[in-house]
Design a protein around this ligand. Structure first.
Ligand code: B12
Ligand code: SF4
Length: 454
């Protein structure tokens, strides 16, 4: 029997308070597809391990094939770990968003890159291996032969998502994830993806695996999967869809199914502000939604236009207000220092974000991911300084890295992030009146300080 070990090369930072620590769903899908064909599978999720423990666990599993997940923020670690494991298997395979976009940079270490959705391709690779056949006939892969790269296109998308077996959740380190969440936040949560793809074209967003086609599972199939998560003892489900609220009739069908089955489970999801109104938010709340996250990105319409986000700040405020009114907690993500921004637009974003009635607020710097319009612009306009991004392991607030030559220094943008958080929490905890007396003067001083920084 062929033995495959799948590796998720993410090591969580030491002092970690992220509310987004999830086991690798993609590898869960690969594992269940392989198991259906009788392949023996192990999963090594490095999140809660040391580097040495991860290597030892992979070696102990005595794999014929090792399959890595990789993406933008995991390139260096996946290449390093794979190099260490070179002699421990016959075939080293990698899949995921960045290998799909940029296979050549992985082929110095890996034998095969699986492009796009990997379930069928990985099953074909394992089958070739067991029969002793060459993998050169397998479609949807890239590999090198005598130094020359053979590059196929990704396979056709899986057309019926209900036909896929549920991710092999028994291979996830459920105890460690539950403990992580329970200790820090008092609940536990596990991911589920109900649709694949997003039809929008935001300037910074990279969707090489699922692309722009939007495919959904049936409501019954999704809620059957929710039941698996409930059976594992989790309190909440994280819908990992690019945008869970994109298709209103589908969203309402899932809500109806959740309500019908009376499942005692909360859930959280990503949304777009242009898909949210009071009625939708109320239905979501009724169906167990606890928290919704919006990618608002900027506090000015001009910069939202540059980002091709196709939303406005007015829509953003309305969506947040509606969701709050329906009883949902609301989180939002913003980007500071986007190419094309100036001091005034950054300060407007800080002011706008900190004025919203949010429960969670996060800022990042712009990350030019290969294959995105943002990447091309930045590359042609002064150049990329680092060609890969690993999340720095320092304090959460400053866990950001400026990857390219920007008109703003990294220090200046980190100052703006710190300032935004102080304004946000100041307003939240002091209340409008006290904040007006103490916070607003401080805002003016820090606005000036921000402008003086380079
Ligand atoms: C949930 C999520 C997160 C979560 C956690 C990730 C997790 N552990 O689940 C959080 C919120 C922490 C997160 C953070 C970030 N994320 Co994120 N995230 C996602 C999201 C929305 C869903 C991931 C998911 O569950 N997908 C579902 C599974 C089924 O798909 P999949 O993993 O791609 O797997 C399939 C294929 O890739 C392939 N495959 C995957 N692995 C393997 C392995 C083998 C051997 C084979 C054969 C095939 C194969 O087959 C699978 C099944 O078809 C994706 C977008 C998306 N739609 O995928 C972005 C995405 C992966 N994230 C992305 C980014 C950029 C980030 C951040 C860097 C953002 C930031 N600026 O900070 C951080 C990095 C965090 C870190 N710690 O390293 C990008 C990656 C782009 C790229 N080209 O690499 C994506 C694609 C979003 C985007 N559109 O830009 N993310
Ligand atoms: S940022 Fe969100 S809405 Fe925009 S293209 Fe990416 S997934 Fe779609």
């Amino acid at each position: 029997m062929v033995r495959v070990t799948l590796v998720y090369p993410f090591f969580k930072p030491f002092r970690d308070n992220s509310i987004f620590r999830f086991p690798p769903l993609g590898l869960g899908y690969i594992a269940s597809a392989l198991r259906r064909e009788g392949v023996e599978v192990e999963l090594v999720d490095c999140t809660f391990m040391t580097y040495g423990e991860a290597l030892e666990k992979v070696r102990r599993s005595k794999p014929d094939i090792i399959g890595f997940y990789s993406m933008f923020s995991m390139k260096k670690t996946s290449l390093d770990l794979a190099m260490q494991l070179r002699k421990d298997c016959d075939l080293l395979v990698v899949g995921g968003p960045l290998p799909t976009l940029d296979p050549s940079s992985y082929l110095d270490v890996f034998d095969v890159v699986v492009l796009g959705e990997g379930e069928e391709t990985m099953v074909s690779l394992a089958s070739c291996y067991s029969k002793g056949e060459s993998f050169s006939g397998v479609s949807g892969i890239a590999y090198r032969d005598n130094g020359e790269m053979h590059l196929d296109s990704p396979r056709k998308f899986v057309s019926d998502l209900d036909s896929l077996p549920f991710p092999a959740r028994d291979l996830f380190d459920n105890d460690a994830y539950k403990q992580f969440y329970a200790r820090r936040f008092g609940y536990s949560i596990s991911p589920l993806i109900s649709s694949r793809g997003c039809p929008f074209s935001c300037d910074f967003c990279s969707r090489p695996v699922f692309g722009q086609s939007f495919r959904t599972r049936s409501a019954a199939n999704i809620v059957d999967d929710v039941e698996e998560i409930v059976k594992l003892g989790y309190d909440r489900v994280w819908f990992a869809d690019d945008c869970f609220t994109l298709n209103r009739s589908q969203l309402l069908a899932v809500c109806d199914e959740l309500i019908k089955r009376r499942l005692k489970v909360g859930w959280e999801c990503l949304s777009r502000v242009d898909t949210m109104n009071l009625e939708v938010a109320a239905r979501m709340r009724q169906a167990g939604c606890v928290r919704v996250f919006f990618g608002i990105e900027s506090g000015t319409n001009a910069i939202l236009g540059l980002m091709q986000k196709q939303i406005t700040v007015e829509q953003a405020r309305k969506a947040v207000t509606n969701a709050k009114q329906a009883g949902l907690q609301v989180g939002a993500f913003f980007i500071l220092g986007y190419p094309g921004e100036n001091d005034e637009t950054v300060l407007s974003t800080v002011r706008f974000a900190s004025s919203l009635p949010l429960d969670y607020l996060s800022f990042t710097l712009p990350y030019p991911i290969p294959g995105t319009p943002l990447f091309e612009r930045v590359k042609n306009n002064g150049g990329i300084v680092f060609d890969d991004y690993e999340e720095p392991k320092n304090w959460a607030l400053i866990r950001h890295k400026l990857l390219y030559h920007s008109g703003f220094s990294e220090g200046k943008l980190k100052f703006a992030i710190g300032k935004a958080q102080v304004q946000f929490y100041g307003r939240k905890y002091l209340g409008e009146k006290a904040y007006g007396a103490v916070g607003l003067p401080l805002e003016h001083v820090t606005d000036s300080a921000f402008k003086l920084l380079r």
